[in-house]
Design a protein around this ligand. Structure first.
Ligand SMILES: Cc1cc2nc3c(=O)[nH]c(=O)nc-3n(C[C@H](O)[C@H](O)[C@H](O)COP(=O)(O)OP(=O)(O)OC[C@H]3O[C@@H](n4cnc5c(N)ncnc54)[C@H](O)[C@@H]3O)c2cc1C
Length: 447
C-alpha cells in the first residue's frame, strides 16, 4: 500500500540560530504552535504524546546473531562481489521499505551475512579494511538498490571509520563487537539549534566529579535512531573544544522520540534522541580530549562525503536505468516507440552523462583520499556537491522522461526522485560546502 509523504520533519521546524555573521544567536527558539509528528511520536490512543522507543535498564539482546565461528573475514573485494550478488534481493525489498516506512532489517541482515558491516573495520579489529574507493563502490551499489538501506549502511560505515580514527578503549571494543556480532552503529551529531553547522554542538558535557561526564539534551535526525546498537555522540567538551562519546542504545537516560516522516529515505529512521543525564565514563571518550573537530574534518568528513556521494550516484544511476528501460518498452499504436523520439534520446543522454560525470569525480576524489594526497579534501567536498546535485538532476529528468507513469509508484522513478533530495541538505550541506571549498581555494581556514 502506497503511503503519501510530506509531513513535517523533526528538526526542520524552528528558527535558524546561526547568524549570517557566523555567530550563534542568543535568540531563544520561537515556541511552536503545532508540534511535528517526529517531536511527539505517533499519536497514542490515550491522546498523550509518547516516545516509540524507550530505554530499559535490562541489557538489550544483540540485533543479529553473531557470525558463526569460525568464519574467516572475507576481503573487501570479496564483500563487494557478494554485495553485487545481493543487489536483486536488496532491490526487491525496497518498494515495501519505502511504502511502509519500515527500518530495512531484512536488507541489513543480507549485508551483515556477507560481512559488509565489517567492510571498513581494520584488519587489526578483524575487519576487511576497505579503502574510500571500495566504500564508494559498496555505497553506490547498495544505495542504488535501496536508498534507505544505503543511508543506514553509510552511517554505520562512517561510524566504524570514526571509532577507529579516534580510538580509545570503548571504541576498540565496539569495532571488535561490530565485526563479531554484526552490531549496527551510527552518528548522533545534529541538533536543532546548530542545523547545518553540526560541528559546533550546543549540547555540553558536564563533569561528574568521578572523571566522567554526563550529558542532557536533544540530538536530531539520528539515522538508525533507536535501531542501532552504538551511537557516537558529539558534544561540547566539559573543558574546551568538542568531544565524541560512545553511547549504547540502552544506556540509562536514553529515549527515542517520534518516527521518520521525511519525503524520502523512508526506512532510515532518522529520529530524535533525548538524553537525560546520560553518563559517560572516561573510557567512553573517542579521540583526544577536546579534539573532536580534528576527528570531524580528518576522518568523518572524507568517509561520510565519499559514502554519501556514492549513495547519490547509486540513486542517479538507478533512476536513469529504470527510465531508460521504461522508454525502450513504451510504444504507441500510431506513433512508434518513445525511444525513437529525439527529445527523449537527449534526456537519456543527459541522465547517463550526468551520472557518469559524478561517478568519475567521486572515484577521482576517493582515489586522492586513498593515496593520502594532502589536497584531497577539496575534491572530496566537490564530489559531494556534484553527486548529490546529479542525483537531483537525473531523477528529475527521469520523472520527465517517464511521464505520468513515472509519477506513480508503478515505476521506481518517483521513489528515486524523493530519495535524491536528502543528500544535498545533509550536513555539511551543499551551500556550506561551497563556502568551505571557496575558502580552501583562496587560502582561508575551513570552516
Ligand atoms: C535523511 C537524513 C538523514 C540524516 N542523518 C543524520 C545522522 O545520522 N546523524 C546526524 O547527526 N545528522 C543527520 N542528518 C541531519 C543533517 O546532516 C543536517 O544536520 C540537517 O539536515 C540540517 O537540517 P536543518 O533543517 O537544521 O538545516 P538548517 O541549518 O536550518 O539549514 C537550512 C538551509 O540553510 C542553509 N544554510 C545554513 N547556514 C548556512 C550558511 N552559513 N551558508 C549558506 N547556507 C546556509 C543550509 O545549507 C540549508 O540549505 C540527517 C538528515 C537527513 C535529511
Amino acid at each position: 500500500m502506497y503511503k503519501k509523504r510530506g509531513a513535517s520533519i523533526d528538526a526542520t521546524d524552528g528558527p535558524l540560530r546561526w547568524s549570517s555573521s557566523g555567530e550563534f544567536s542568543e535568540q531563544p527558539a520561537v515556541a511552536e504552535t503545532t508540534p511535528s509528528i517526529a517531536e511527539t511520536g505517533p499519536e497514542p490512543s490515550s491522546g498523550t504524546a509518547a516516545p516509540i522507543f524507550e530505554t530499559t535498564l535490562e541489557p538489550a539482546p544483540p540485533r543479529r546473531a553473531p557470525r558463526k565461528e569460525p568464519v574467516p573475514m572475507p576481503s573487501a573485494d570479496e564483500i563487494l562481489e557478494a554485495i553485487d550478488g545481493s543487489l536483486a534481493a536488496l532491490a526487491a525489498n525496497a518498494p515495501a521499505i519505502d511504502a511502509e516506512g519500515k527500518f530495512p532489517d531484512d536488507n541489513l541482515d543480507i549485508l551483515a551475512d556477507i560481512g559488509a558491516f565489517a567492510l571498513v573495520a581494520s584488519p587489526e579489529h578483524g575487519g576487511a579494511g576497505a579503502s574510500l574507493t571500495q566504500l564508494a563502490r559498496a555505497c553506490e551499489a547498495v544505495g542504488g538498490a535501496c536508498a534507505s538501506t544505503g543511508m543506514v549502511f553509510l552511517m554505520h560505515s562512517v561510524t566504524v571509520a570514526t571509532l577507529q580514527g579516534g580510538g580509545g578503549p570503548a571504541a576498540d571494543a565496539a569495532v571488535k563487537d561490530i565485526v563479531e556480532t554484526r552490531a549496527l552503529a551510527t552518528l548522533a551529531f545534529s541538533e536543532r539549534g546548530t542545523g547545518a553547522h553540526f560541528y559546533a554542538p550546543e549540547l555540553k558535557a558536564e563533569t561528574n566529579g568521578d572523571g566522567g561526564v554526563h550529558v542532557s539534551g536533544r540530538k536530531s535526525f539520528v539515522t538508525s535512531g533507536g535501531q542501532a546498537d552504538y551511537y557516537l555522540v558529539l558534544v561540547q567538551a566539559a573543558e574546551e573544544g568538542a568531544d565524541t562519546y560512545l553511547m549504547g542504545k540502552n544506556d540509562e537516560g536514553v529515549t527515542w522520540n517520534g518516527s521518520w516522516e521525511g519525503l524520502g529515505m523512508a526506512g532510515n529512521s532518522s529520529i530524535a534522541l533525548e538524553m537525560d543525564n546520560v553518563a559517560f565514563g572516561p573510557e567512553k571518550l573517542v579521540g583526544a580530549p577536546g579534539k573532536a573537530g580534528e576527528l570531524i574534518f580528518g576522518t568523518v568528513a572524507p568517509w561520510f562525503l565519499v559514502g554519501l556521494s556514492a549513495v547519490s550516484v547509486g540513486i542517479a544511476q538507478a533512476a536513469a536505468t529504470a527510465a531508460t528501460e521504461h522508454i525502450k518498452g513504451r510504444s504507441y499504436e500510431s506513433a512508434g516507440n518513445l525511444a525513437e523520439v529525439q527529445y527523449i534520446q537527449h534526456l537519456v543522454a543527459d541522465m547517463d552523462l550526468t551520472a557518469r560525470k559524478a561517478r568519475l569525480l567521486l572515484h577521482h576524489a576517493a582515489g586522492l583520499g586513498d593515496s593520502g594526497d594532502p589536497g584531497a579534501l577539496v575534491p572530496i567536498m566537490e564530489a559531494k556537491v556534484a553527486a548529490t546535485e546529479a542525483a537531483q538532476d537525473v531523477t528529475g529528468i527521469a520523472m520527465t522522461a517517464t511521464g505520468g507513469q513515472g509519477y506513480t509508484p508503478s515505476l521506481p522513478v518517483e521513489r528515486h526522485f524523493r530519495d535524491a533530495r536528502a543528500g544535498a541538505v545533509m550536513a555539511p550541506t551543499n551551500a556550506v560546502l561551497r563556502t568551505w571549498i571557496g575558502k580552501a581555494l583562496v587560502g582561508l581556514p575551513v570552516p
